[in-house]
Write a protein that binds this ligand. Sequence first.
Ligand code: FES
Length: 343
Amino acid sequence: MSHKVAFSFADGKTLFFDVRPNELLLDAALRSGVNIPLDCREGVCGTCQGRCESGSYSQDYVDEEALSADDLAERKMLSCQTRVQSDASFYFDFDSTLCHAGGTSLVSANVAGVQQVSETTAILHLDASAHPRRLDFLPGQYARLQVPGTDACRSYSFANRPNDGNQLQFLIRLLPDGAMSNYIRERCQPGQTIAFEAPLGAFYLRQVERPLIMVAGGTGLSAFLGMLDELAEQGGCGQPVRLYYGVSNARDLCELDRLAAYAERIANFSVEIVVMNPSPEWDGKTGLIPEHLDRRFLEANPFDMYLCGPPPMVEAIKQWLAEQRIDGSRLFYEKFSDSNTNR
Ligand code: FES
């Protein structure tokens, strides 16, 4: 059985290819046109090194000059000596351009529908089944969509996992006056064509080996819906998974049934909802997310934390972690502005 492998790079590009049973990763990459820099091909020079972010793998030979015991403990690996035993993803600390490969796909999809999921939020469903192959991306990555009838492009995180039918979802905040918001409100019809570029971004779910803390601000939830879809598909990850979902107003909240359903499929999954400006009827948590983080738990357990939301939210959490002197954690984050033009 072959395995699907993703190579992601410092420039945010990700390349996907198949690895045949027992095939060396380097051979599979070269066969697929991903020309990883290399020199010795014998596990000695270290030129082809990367780091495994998820999946299981083994290495034939690793010279101690190439990778130290500490490197190996950090899951650093040599492409020329690595064989995978599952689907896997690897990170390389150089730009994809060094591999002389394209990386992203330009895709033409059709609008399958728009679902208003809160007063301020919609899910855009795209059907990219006409694309000649499965559209691969890592849960958490995003696509850059061209707004039909305009020159404007907007970036949105995938709100579901990759699938054979190329049925895609994007959670979109409806602004009073925004290029995509206006299109969705005023002109969007099923069957219309939307072009997009994907996959993009270095914000994606790594191998889960420690408690997983997800912090979503507003439609930053989109990236986590993709990750949670993936974890649900796998039947969990063997670690506690806690999602903090913060919104400005309760009317922004969406996909609560879907979040509740994840608890049925992902063991030890919980959600904390925090509303910044509560109405009198709101009887849940209020204020800012850092006020509700479980300091004792975080101090006692090394964890992986993923943040996706507006820059002030990301900065507030980073500052809180620094002030509490909580370390030993891994932090991954993605900031976006309301118009989603900058990532
Ligand atoms: S090419 Fe030298 S270690 Fe892989």
